[in-house]
Design a protein around this ligand. Sequence first.
Ligand SMILES: [Zn+2]
Length: 79
Amino acid sequence: MPDHQWRKLRQAVYQRDEGECCYCYDKVELFQCHIHHVLPLSQGGTNRPGNLKTLCVDCHQYRHPFMLDDVKRIGEWPG
Ligand SMILES: [Zn+2]
């Protein structure tokens, strides 16, 4: 998806989740938060808000220990 569209979407998810990580309930800044795909795109997940959760960096790295490899592979944070 185009970058500007993703930025809008992640902001919508962030606001729905009231700026909190869905796992540890820590407050997280919009520019720092990660948007997590509940069902990964690689497994048929979608970019619909129902499949997206706001996570802090720590929780997202815990969910995706290999995320850094993804970043290298696709050149962006997978969300
Ligand atoms: Zn967290």
